[in-house]
Design a protein around this ligand. Structure first.
Ligand SMILES: NC(=O)c1ccc[n+]([C@@H]2O[C@H](COP(=O)([O-])OP(=O)(O)OC[C@H]3O[C@@H](n4cnc5c(N)ncnc54)[C@H](OP(=O)(O)O)[C@@H]3O)[C@@H](O)[C@H]2O)c1
Length: 264
């Protein structure tokens, strides 16, 4: 089913005076989420590795009249989470909204060809870093009695066999979802929610990477699906996806999987 913006809730909570940390905010969905949060009045802490892309997101946030802090970090590196949380809290005091968006789709390839270190690195970025960021920031959120954790997953978790060659990616996103739903149960009654966000099929660099370099690394039918979705104009924009995520922050729902309909 194509994306239908009328399904989005529009009763947006005011984020004035609140701080949001968005990982992977240099481009794609992360940048669009950061800008949508800035439009709601939040101050933004933004992370990614690419300095220039982060600087451009900072410029775009500030253009909207919101404050922005760029913290360049490789979130697959062990010390990165401490660096990001310490710099962010030093500048803003507390994080109220955490959007764990940064992820890699690599390593792509048949399981037998995958280097175990590359497999582990994908888990460090896609699962361990989001969990560690949440664990570091949650005490202040629960003390404040309000907070939002959103972990960006993928619709592929609902159909894990549909992406042969993406074994690590599919496994990391399934783990991220299990972590999120377990965390939500732990947070019950605190005013802090944790939800999964499946962003739909979105026109970003990650989609382009699979289209452009996936042949021979993911199976043929998967590669054809990525090429076909793009050719047939079935991808939604990062801005459409981000609006859907931010619109849901107003609610108190926790432990949910928010899924932007995708063409499969
Ligand atoms: N696009 C889709 O159709 C789609 C579908 C399902 C789920 N998703 C999910 O949506 C999220 C965003 O994806 P996207 O499509 O917007 O991808 P993207 O355009 O490739 O953006 C990924 C962002 O993550 C950052 N990142 C990557 N590796 C990093 C690292 N080691 N440390 C810190 N930051 C890192 C990137 O910046 P640097 O490279 O500069 O570090 C970039 O800002 C991901 O969780 C993805 O799995 C996307």
């Amino acid at each position: 089913m194509p994306y239908d913006p009328s399904n989005d809730r529009s009763d947006i909570v005011s984020l004035h005076g609140k701080t949001a940390l968005v990982t992977g905010a240099g481009r794609g969905i992360g940048r669009a989420v950061a800008l949508a949060l800035a439009d709601e009045g939040a101050s933004l802490a933004l992370t990614a590795r690419s300095e220039e892309q982060l600087a451009e997101t900072v410029r775009m946030v500030e253009e909207r009249g919101a404050k922005a802090l760029a913290v360049r970090a490789d979130l697959a590196a062990p010390a990165a989470v401490t660096v990001v949380t310490e710099r962010t809290t030093a500048v803003f005091g507390r994080v109220d909204v955490l959007v764990n968006n940064a992820a890699t789709v690599e390593p792509l390839g048949r399981g037998t060809d995958i280097n175990p270190d590359a497999w582990a690195a994908s888990f460090r970025l896609n699962v361990t870093a989001p969990a560690a960021l949440a664990f570091a920031l949650l005490p202040a959120m629960t003390r404040a009695g309000w907070g939002r954790v959103v972990n960006v997953s993928s619709g592929v978790v609902a159909r894990p066999a549909s992406m042969i060659g993406g074994n690590a990616y599919v496994a990391t996103k399934a783990a991220l979802e299990a972590h999120t739903l377990n965390l939500a149960a732990e947070l019950s009654g605190t005013g802090v929610t944790a939800n999964v966000y499946r962003p739909g099929v979105v026109d970003t660099a990650m989609q382009a990477l699979i289209r452009d370099t996936g042949a021979g690394r993911v199976d043929e039918s998967t590669h054809e699906r990525f090429v076909r979705n793009h050719r047939q104009g079935r991808l939604i924009t990062p801005e459409e996806s981000a609006r859907s995520l931010v619109a849901r922050l107003a609610g108190d729902a926790s432990g949910e999987i928010w899924d932007v309909s995708d063409p499969g």
